[in-house]
Design a binder for this molecule. Structure first.
Ligand code: BG6
Ligand code: MG
Length: 214
């Protein structure tokens, strides 16, 4: 492998709780009282509009496409407000050590996230300095499980897909990696169920980088 492409939310940073708080605020305003953390888990790796559908499916009101756009924007404004407080303490354990290790080995580091807030998150957490190329929601038209975000990352890194390893915490992301012809490492609470090539609870539990990069 010549490059590793990391998903952002739930892999490099713990923004999941902030996404949950923002969606919960919107749900409460819409009178949807039964939006739970379990529903929020289904939003992992899923686009903003699809995440909104998961919230709305818990209520009975039908909204027009225009109203949905406004609701998604409203949630994003709550989320952006929460992101203002983001610091490097949101960086998940093992991340900085891993990025340093890969850099020293001469491995190129990419980010592949459908989040349109990727640039601000990388900047606020201080991760930007480690990243060679960013492919995010602002670069693509199709969300995971479509491979587009990883194909764009590989293209920006100027590497063939076969030389890129994807690190992901969502099933949609692992499907996207497979569709891009890339091997994958599944991490996070569902690491055993993602169907990735390799699996580890978190980046601090990976002790076989030589095997992963072979
Ligand atoms: C993914 C998150 O990384 O980004 C999803 O796992 C989120 O929960 C998606 O919906 C889109 O993010 P944003 O910041 O563009 O709304
Ligand atoms: Mg993720």
């Amino acid at each position: 492998m010549k490059g590793v492409i990391f998903d952002l939310d739930g892999v490099l940073v713990s923004t999941d709780e902030l996404h949950y708080q923002a969606w919960k605020q919107l749900a409460d305003e819409l009178g949807i009282v039964n939006f739970t953390k379990e529903d929020n888990e289904k939003q992992r790796g899923v686009s903003r509009m699809e995440s909104l559908e998961i919230v709305l499916s818990k209520g009975n009101t039908v909204y027009s496409e225009k109203e949905k756009e406004m609701l998604a924007e409203k949630k994003n404004n709550y989320y952006k407000e929460l992101l203002q407080e983001l610091t490097d303490s949101a960086v998940l354990s093992g991340v900085k050590e891993t990025l340093k290790f890969l850099k020293e080995k001469g491995i190129l580091i990419g980010v592949g996230s459908v989040s349109k807030n990727t640039p601000v998150i990388l900047e606020k957490t201080g991760l930007l300095e480690w990243i060679d190329q960013v492919s995010c929601g602002l670069d693509i038209t199709k969300s995971k499980p479509d491979p587009e975000v990883f194909l764009v990352a590989a293209q920006k890194l100027e590497l063939p897909c076969s030389e890129c390893l994807v690190v992901e915490d969502s099933a949609a992301g692992i499907t996207a990696a497979k569709a891009a012809g890339m091997k994958s490492l599944g991490v996070g609470p569902f690491y055993q169920e993602l169907g990735a090539t390799y699996a580890a609870r978190g980046l601090n539990d990976v002790h076989n980088w030589d095997e992963l990069l072979a």
